[in-house]
Ligand binder design. Structure first.
Ligand code: PMP
Length: 390
């Protein structure tokens, strides 16, 4: 039997970029002690209070089908959080609860694009972006943000691709670069979207992890409310990756139509997970800051380690749980470097190439192991770079 082209083409011609991660996982299975700095997953587990709420919810009977767009109380709580943080009027009717931000990214592209439409995204990018766009039957169009420009996208580069496009996907704070888009960048993007009548899909799953500057949601910029779809998630803000809980914020009409997508794909999110999410949001902003705190601390440690080197460069991350290292001085590609570092020193980092052409010659380090182990691994990485510079 023939499998559909849509499914076969999800990855395009390339790999999904996770080869090093899988190689490291195989080594761990063989009993090798690998320092895993690849995946964006907290080293702390979901808080006991959230787990207790989840357990309690199962006992109280929240185990049947839950409301498909999300339970009213959770939609309401998310709307209040969004409104408090952005000043932008938001009600439950602007909120669709989804099984994670990934599902919201897919839903946003289904809402914005017809089959064959051109969907722009910024390179370097989170690894699933092009596949998500292809999965929605649109055509992925990367626009490079250059290392030399601190990975902030350039207005002229965007304008060059915008003419025949339907949507633009951005991500600030950014995975993999750690960049937080400036007001200037975002206002330029807002103007571009209005000039070319583009949907803006704004992935804000790292909005609680800001180390420098301020998070601005483009939905709050003039003229953007009706054309912006915001992707949110509790994976990073509440260390709830495995619970698969996130949302899409958009105009009421879009949310109403997307309920049909949920009905015919996910059929909603487990009720006990939604109850747990509700109780997690009630822990307030202080809890979110507590969850972000280790990354703030490790960012400082990482900067101190890399500053010592005149071979390895970096742009200090302004947000998110990663750091991008520039290893172009070594003469190696990110792929070569990451493979050699894993084999020789059992340290797994992501090659920049996994995140697009614009990140070639870079490495993404996830700050997701304890402080001491991180410091040790980065010192080893720097020494390895210095010893292997061609
Ligand atoms: N967007 C970005 C930029 C991410 O890094 C991730 C997860 N690593 C997601 C979306 C999806 O997260 P989730 O589906 O767990 O909410």
């Amino acid at each position: 039997m023939k499998i559909s082209n849509r499914l076969l083409n999800i990855l395009g011609d390339g790999s999904d970029g996770w080869d090093i991660f899988r190689k490291a996982a195989d080594m761990v299975r063989d009993g090798i002690d690998v320092t895993q700095l690849t995946i964006g997953e907290h080293d702390i587990r979901t808080d006991q209070r959230i787990l207790d709420a989840m357990h309690q919810a199962t006992l109280e009977g929240h185990t049947g089908y839950a409301a498909i767009p999300g339970i009213f109380e959770l939609r309401q709580a998310v709307a209040e959080r969004v409104q408090a943080q952005t000043g932008e009027k938001t009600t439950y009717a602007n909120v669709l609860i989804t099984p994670g931000g990934q599902s919201a990214l897919f839903a946003a592209h289904i809402a914005a694009c017809n089959p064959g439409d051109r969907a722009m995204y910024i390179d370097p990018y989170y690894a699933t972006y092009p596949g998500t766009i292809r999965g929605a039957s649109a055509v992925p169009v990367p626009v490079k943000a250059r290392a030399e420009a601190g990975f902030q996208p350039d207005a002229a580069d965007l304008a060059a691709q915008a003419k025949n496009a339907t949507s633009l996907l951005i991500n600030s704070p950014n995975n993999p670069t750690g960049v937080v888009y400036s007001r200037d960048t975002l206002e330029g993007i807002a103007t571009l979207c209005q000039t070319h009548d583009l949907w803006l899909i704004s992935d804000e799953v790292y909005d609680t992890q800001i180390w420098q500057g301020r998070h601005i949601t483009p939905r709050s910029l003039e003229g953007m409310r009706e054309r912006t779809l915001v992707v949110g998630s509790m994976s990073k803000s509440h260390a709830m990756t495995g619970s698969r809980i996130g949302w899409l914020i958009g105009p009421e009409e879009v949310v109403a139509h997307l309920m049909n997508l949920s009905t015919h794909t996910t059929y909603g999110v487990a009720g006990f997970v939604q109850q747990a999410a509700l109780s997690a949001l009630k822990l307030g902003i202080g809890f979110e800051q507590e969850i972000a705190q280790p990354f703030r601390r490790r960012r400082e440690i990482a900067i101190r380690c890399i500053e010592q080197s005149n071979v390895v460069g970096m742009i200090p991350p302004q947000g998110a749980m990663y750091m991008m290292l520039d290893i172009r001085n070594t003469g190696m590609s990110g792929d070569e470097f990451a493979n050699a570092l894993l084999e020789k020193h059992h340290i797994a980092v992501m090659p920049g190439e996994s995140f697009g052409d614009a990140a070639a010659g870079h490495l993404r380090v996830a700050l997701t192991v304890d402080d001491q182990r991180l410091e040790q691994a980065l010192k080893t990485l720097v020494r390895f770079a210095e010893e292997n510079t061609r």
